[in-house]
Design a protein around this ligand. Structure first.
Ligand SMILES: [Zn+2]
Length: 481
């Protein structure tokens, strides 16, 4: 080999090795990403891909927009999907899925904050507290319902509501808001199942020195004390669905989220971890009520908007995670031949649950004229007025109408809902006109979505299962689960 060639090869090798050295050094230098000082963890209970996409089409139709109106979180750069099965079954419930999302461990259905053997699990809220973050939990169902409970509670029975209140009292949760404190009406002889009222559970919280209030403003402004904000502290009653409520209703998931952000921003020096659950979304999906579900998804997006506004002030310190625990209802878009007709839903003004109550009220008042019930379905769902109802469909509804008086039930059972058949079938007919069909009154094993924006967002692209989400958040915060 000529000397010149040797020299060139030598030089080339030197350059290559220099490049490798630089690469290695660059890799070794910590990129020092900032830790997320403010973590928002959104959980749409029962919300999967079709609930989200359906909401976008529904909004577009309602607004008469020519292009699809996208929800804020679907536009995040970091999008993923995860598995969500439990150790009991390929179909999880909100307790096992909530435990997975809070503790990063798979467990059996009905288990909250414990593994399959009943061992207590550390949660992402524990990690946050240990690191000096203030913890807040917001939901629009009970504060001791499955999803929020998974962030502070430990029990193998998700319906052991009083024990979960005790777990909450013993926890580090600084701010919690929800519709009510769920009571225990009856149960087996076991002392933990003794009947306890919501009022008694509220008193238990008050006695522990925790502020409990029905005033959203007061909760937001409370200083130096733990706060429980509920719509009802005497009765086990939920706040209305978004589609049913008055425009000036103070008790909404959105207002709870605002109050939580105000409280946590003021009360925390080292940052906060805030979980926000759209819990009523699961209720309307169990009922198989599409428009009601879409409006619940909309409120979740409004709460995400709050987080996005907050992130504008602290862009290098905020992390926003939007996910779900499982899919509810097996919702499909396109029941009819290659079609979706969201325009059929624009006349729906109330939920199936609300219509059930209205029907029961009319029955109690002795109203027995089909035309009055027909008018109700027209006013509240847009049947006949927006949606053309066939003679066969009217015959089916009329059959349910007669049953109201002949049978006084049975009701359609969907876990959280006991609806009148007339209300149920009217909504089924309406949904089918929109070409939406539901395949389950419970949960399905479908993938759940994951949308992330902010500090360390790309790390979430590695998540394959929902258990990896809280672990990733913990790692980014500088802790471990
Ligand atoms: Zn559910």
């Amino acid at each position: 080999m000529k000397r010149q060639t040797k020299l060139i090869i030598g030089l080339a090798l030197s350059i290559i090795s220099l490049c490798f050295s630089i690469l290695l050094i660059t890799d070794a230098i910590p990129t020092s990403p900032k830790k997320p000082k403010y973590v928002f963890y959104f959980i749409g209970d029962g919300m999967s891909f079709n609930h989200i996409l359906g909401t976008e089409h529904y909004n577009t139709e309602k607004a008469g927009a020519s292009e699809t109106l996208r929800l804020n979180f679907t536009q995040f750069d970091t999008r993923n999907f995860v598995t969500n099965y439990s150790t009991s079954n390929l179909v999880t419930d909100s307790a096992a899925a909530g435990t997975a999302l809070a503790s990063g461990v798979k467990t059996a259905n009905a288990h909250i904050g414990v593994d399959v053997d009943g061992n207590e699990l550390r949660t992402i809220a524990d990690v946050a507290s240990e690191l000096g973050y203030k913890v807040g939990l917001v939901t629009n169902v009970g504060i001791n319902h499955a999803t929020p409970s998974c962030f502070y509670g430990h029990t193998s029975d998700r319906f052991g509501f009083p024990a979960l209140v005790d777990d909450y009292i013993a926890s580090d949760v600084a701010f919690i808001a929800g519709s009510t404190i769920m009571d225990m009406k009856s149960g087996p002889q076991d002392p933990k199942y003794k009947p306890v009222t919501t009022a008694e559970l509220a008193e238990r919280i008050r006695t522990a020195g925790i502020t409990i209030t029905l005033d959203v403003e007061e909760a937001a402004k409370t200083e130096g004390k733990r706060v429980v904000l509920v719509a009802h502290d005497k009765v086990n009653e939920h706040i209305p669905h978004v589609i049913d409520r008055a425009s000036d209703e103070p008790h909404t998931m959105l207002n709870y989220a605002k109050a939580a952000i105000e409280y946590l921003s003021r009360e925390s020096q080292k940052g906060f971890f805030l979980m926000i659950e759209a819990g009523k979304l699961d209720y309307s999906a169990h009922a198989q009520d599409a428009a009601t579900t879409f409006e619940e998804v909309n409120e979740l997006a409004q709460a995400v908007e709050l987080a996005l506004d907050f992130a504008e002030q602290y862009p290098d310190e905020t992390l926003i995670v939007v996910t779900s625990d499982h899919e509810t209802g097996g919702m499909s878009l396109g029941w009819d031949k290659y079609q979706i007709r969201m325009n059929q839903l624009v006349g729906q003004k109330h939920s199936m649950a609300y219509i059930t109550k209205a029907i029961q009220q009319m029955r109690a008042e002795g109203k027995r004229d089909w035309n009055e019930y027909k008018q109700l379905l027209s006013d509240y769902l847009g049947l006949w007025s927006v949606v053309p109802i066939t003679a066969e469909e009217e015959a089916l509804l009329k059959h349910d109408f007669y049953d109201i008086f002949l049978k006084y039930g049975p009701m359609v059972d969907g876990l959280y809902n006991r609806n009148e058949y007339l209300a149920y079938h009217a909504v089924v007919i309406l949904n089918r006109h929109a070409s939406i069909e539901w395949t389950s009154k419970y949960h399905t094993g479908m993938y759940t979505p994951l949308f992330v924006k902010g500090v360390g967002e790309k790390r979430f692209l590695e998540c394959r299962d929902q258990t990896e989400i809280p672990k990733t958040i913990a790692t980014l915060m500088g802790g471990e689960l």
